[in-house]
Design a protein around this ligand. Structure first.
Ligand SMILES: [Zn+2]
Length: 195
Protein backbone atom coordinates (compact mmCIF):
# COMPACT_ATOMS: atom_id res chain seq x y z
CA UNK A 1 0.00 0.00 0.00
CA UNK A 2 1.20 3.46 -0.88
CA UNK A 3 1.64 5.88 2.00
CA UNK A 4 0.63 9.47 1.36
CA UNK A 5 3.58 11.82 1.79
CA UNK A 6 2.75 15.52 1.19
CA UNK A 7 6.37 16.37 0.49
CA UNK A 8 6.56 13.93 -2.39
CA UNK A 9 3.33 14.93 -4.16
CA UNK A 10 4.02 16.03 -7.72
CA UNK A 11 2.76 19.56 -8.45
CA UNK A 12 2.09 20.25 -12.11
CA UNK A 13 3.64 23.69 -12.34
CA UNK A 14 3.10 25.02 -15.86
CA UNK A 15 4.07 28.60 -15.05
CA UNK A 16 6.90 29.77 -17.34
CA UNK A 17 10.21 30.55 -15.64
CA UNK A 18 9.86 34.23 -16.60
CA UNK A 19 6.79 34.59 -14.33
CA UNK A 20 8.04 32.68 -11.32
CA UNK A 21 9.37 35.75 -9.50
CA UNK A 22 5.88 37.21 -9.34
CA UNK A 23 4.48 37.56 -5.79
CA UNK A 24 1.09 36.25 -6.96
CA UNK A 25 2.73 33.13 -8.32
CA UNK A 26 4.70 32.59 -5.11
CA UNK A 27 1.65 33.02 -2.88
CA UNK A 28 -0.42 30.58 -4.93
CA UNK A 29 2.37 28.06 -5.06
CA UNK A 30 2.68 28.33 -1.26
CA UNK A 31 -1.09 27.93 -0.90
CA UNK A 32 -0.90 24.62 -2.78
CA UNK A 33 1.97 23.42 -0.59
CA UNK A 34 0.11 24.39 2.60
CA UNK A 35 -3.02 22.61 1.37
CA UNK A 36 -0.98 19.44 1.00
CA UNK A 37 0.97 19.74 4.23
CA UNK A 38 -1.59 21.04 6.75
CA UNK A 39 -3.76 17.98 7.56
CA UNK A 40 -6.98 19.98 8.09
CA UNK A 41 -6.61 21.74 4.76
CA UNK A 42 -5.77 18.53 2.99
CA UNK A 43 -8.84 16.87 4.47
CA UNK A 44 -11.01 19.76 3.29
CA UNK A 45 -9.76 19.44 -0.27
CA UNK A 46 -10.34 15.68 -0.32
CA UNK A 47 -13.75 15.87 1.39
CA UNK A 48 -14.91 18.47 -1.16
CA UNK A 49 -13.88 16.31 -4.14
CA UNK A 50 -15.38 13.21 -2.47
CA UNK A 51 -18.76 14.96 -2.42
CA UNK A 52 -18.50 15.58 -6.16
CA UNK A 53 -17.55 11.97 -6.96
CA UNK A 54 -20.32 10.42 -4.84
CA UNK A 55 -23.05 12.62 -6.32
CA UNK A 56 -21.85 12.57 -9.91
CA UNK A 57 -21.86 8.77 -9.61
CA UNK A 58 -25.42 8.91 -8.34
CA UNK A 59 -26.27 11.00 -11.42
CA UNK A 60 -25.07 8.09 -13.57
CA UNK A 61 -21.51 9.11 -14.41
CA UNK A 62 -19.08 6.23 -14.29
CA UNK A 63 -15.67 7.50 -15.40
CA UNK A 64 -13.81 10.46 -13.98
CA UNK A 65 -10.83 12.59 -14.69
CA UNK A 66 -8.74 12.91 -11.52
CA UNK A 67 -6.27 15.80 -11.49
CA UNK A 68 -3.69 16.56 -8.84
CA UNK A 69 -2.24 19.93 -7.84
CA UNK A 70 -1.72 22.27 -10.77
CA UNK A 71 -0.74 25.88 -11.21
CA UNK A 72 -0.68 27.79 -14.50
CA UNK A 73 -1.06 31.22 -16.03
CA UNK A 74 -4.08 31.54 -18.33
CA UNK A 75 -2.75 34.62 -20.13
CA UNK A 76 -4.45 37.00 -17.71
CA UNK A 77 -4.00 35.53 -14.25
CA UNK A 78 -2.51 32.69 -12.25
CA UNK A 79 -4.89 29.83 -11.61
CA UNK A 80 -4.47 26.77 -9.46
CA UNK A 81 -6.19 23.87 -7.77
CA UNK A 82 -5.03 21.26 -5.30
CA UNK A 83 -7.27 18.50 -6.64
CA UNK A 84 -9.94 18.42 -9.31
CA UNK A 85 -12.30 15.61 -10.22
CA UNK A 86 -14.84 15.77 -13.01
CA UNK A 87 -16.90 13.21 -14.97
CA UNK A 88 -15.18 12.39 -18.29
CA UNK A 89 -18.54 12.08 -20.06
CA UNK A 90 -19.15 15.79 -19.54
CA UNK A 91 -16.59 16.56 -22.22
CA UNK A 92 -18.79 15.28 -25.05
CA UNK A 93 -22.15 16.38 -26.38
CA UNK A 94 -24.87 16.05 -23.79
CA UNK A 95 -28.61 15.83 -24.25
CA UNK A 96 -30.00 17.57 -21.20
CA UNK A 97 -33.04 16.34 -19.33
CA UNK A 98 -34.45 17.84 -16.15
CA UNK A 99 -33.31 14.74 -14.27
CA UNK A 100 -29.77 15.03 -15.61
CA UNK A 101 -29.65 18.72 -14.78
CA UNK A 102 -30.69 18.02 -11.19
CA UNK A 103 -28.08 15.27 -10.98
CA UNK A 104 -25.46 17.72 -12.21
CA UNK A 105 -26.67 20.29 -9.65
CA UNK A 106 -26.32 17.79 -6.81
CA UNK A 107 -22.90 16.69 -8.10
CA UNK A 108 -21.66 20.27 -8.26
CA UNK A 109 -23.24 21.36 -4.96
CA UNK A 110 -22.09 18.29 -3.02
CA UNK A 111 -18.47 19.49 -2.73
CA UNK A 112 -19.47 22.49 -0.66
CA UNK A 113 -22.28 20.77 1.25
CA UNK A 114 -19.94 17.96 2.34
CA UNK A 115 -17.61 20.59 3.85
CA UNK A 116 -20.48 22.27 5.67
CA UNK A 117 -22.13 19.14 7.06
CA UNK A 118 -19.13 16.88 7.64
CA UNK A 119 -16.47 19.43 8.63
CA UNK A 120 -18.56 22.35 9.88
CA UNK A 121 -17.22 24.87 7.33
CA UNK A 122 -19.26 27.98 6.66
CA UNK A 123 -21.30 28.23 3.47
CA UNK A 124 -19.17 31.18 2.36
CA UNK A 125 -15.97 29.25 2.83
CA UNK A 126 -16.97 25.98 1.18
CA UNK A 127 -15.21 26.53 -2.14
CA UNK A 128 -18.32 26.13 -4.28
CA UNK A 129 -18.11 29.36 -6.32
CA UNK A 130 -16.50 27.60 -9.29
CA UNK A 131 -18.91 24.69 -8.91
CA UNK A 132 -21.94 26.97 -9.19
CA UNK A 133 -20.34 28.54 -12.26
CA UNK A 134 -19.81 25.21 -13.97
CA UNK A 135 -23.38 24.15 -13.16
CA UNK A 136 -24.55 27.48 -14.60
CA UNK A 137 -22.72 26.62 -17.82
CA UNK A 138 -24.73 23.39 -18.14
CA UNK A 139 -27.94 25.34 -17.51
CA UNK A 140 -26.95 27.74 -20.27
CA UNK A 141 -26.54 24.85 -22.71
CA UNK A 142 -29.77 23.19 -21.57
CA UNK A 143 -31.56 26.49 -22.10
CA UNK A 144 -30.42 26.54 -25.73
CA UNK A 145 -31.55 22.92 -26.23
CA UNK A 146 -34.90 23.44 -24.54
CA UNK A 147 -35.46 26.86 -26.09
CA UNK A 148 -36.78 28.29 -22.86
CA UNK A 149 -35.27 30.09 -19.89
CA UNK A 150 -34.53 28.12 -16.73
CA UNK A 151 -33.53 29.04 -13.21
CA UNK A 152 -30.00 28.11 -12.14
CA UNK A 153 -30.55 29.37 -8.60
CA UNK A 154 -33.72 27.36 -7.95
CA UNK A 155 -32.08 24.10 -8.96
CA UNK A 156 -28.91 24.92 -7.03
CA UNK A 157 -30.83 25.63 -3.81
CA UNK A 158 -32.90 22.47 -4.21
CA UNK A 159 -29.76 20.37 -4.87
CA UNK A 160 -28.01 21.77 -1.80
CA UNK A 161 -31.02 20.93 0.37
CA UNK A 162 -31.25 17.39 -0.97
CA UNK A 163 -27.56 16.61 -0.42
CA UNK A 164 -27.72 18.10 3.07
CA UNK A 165 -30.73 15.94 3.96
CA UNK A 166 -29.03 12.82 2.56
CA UNK A 167 -26.00 13.41 4.76
CA UNK A 168 -28.06 14.19 7.84
CA UNK A 169 -30.15 11.05 7.32
CA UNK A 170 -27.06 8.91 6.60
CA UNK A 171 -28.27 8.01 3.10
CA UNK A 172 -24.58 8.39 2.30
CA UNK A 173 -22.82 6.14 4.81
CA UNK A 174 -19.52 7.00 6.52
CA UNK A 175 -18.13 3.88 4.88
CA UNK A 176 -18.97 5.13 1.37
CA UNK A 177 -17.43 8.50 2.23
CA UNK A 178 -14.21 6.93 3.53
CA UNK A 179 -13.86 4.57 0.59
CA UNK A 180 -14.46 7.32 -1.96
CA UNK A 181 -12.07 9.68 -0.17
CA UNK A 182 -9.33 7.03 -0.26
CA UNK A 183 -9.99 6.66 -3.99
CA UNK A 184 -9.74 10.43 -4.53
CA UNK A 185 -6.43 10.56 -2.65
CA UNK A 186 -4.89 7.65 -4.51
CA UNK A 187 -6.01 8.85 -7.95
CA UNK A 188 -5.38 12.58 -7.63
CA UNK A 189 -1.97 12.60 -6.02
CA UNK A 190 1.06 11.11 -7.74
CA UNK A 191 4.27 11.02 -5.78
CA UNK A 192 7.94 11.08 -6.67
CA UNK A 193 9.81 7.84 -5.93
CA UNK A 194 12.67 9.34 -3.98
CA UNK A 195 12.21 10.57 -0.49
ZN1 LIG B 1 -15.79 21.74 -6.28
Amino acid sequence: MRIFDPNRVIIDDSVPASLRDSPEYLSRRRAIERSLQVPDRFDRTCTHETGHVIYFRRAGFTTFEYLGPKIFHDGRQFRYWVAYVSPSQLNGNILYTEELLLGLARGAAAGGVFLEVLLGCSAIDNGSGDDLMSFGMHCGRAQVQWRRPLSVQQRWIRARKEVKLDLENHVITPDEIDRTKAEVISKCFSMTDSG
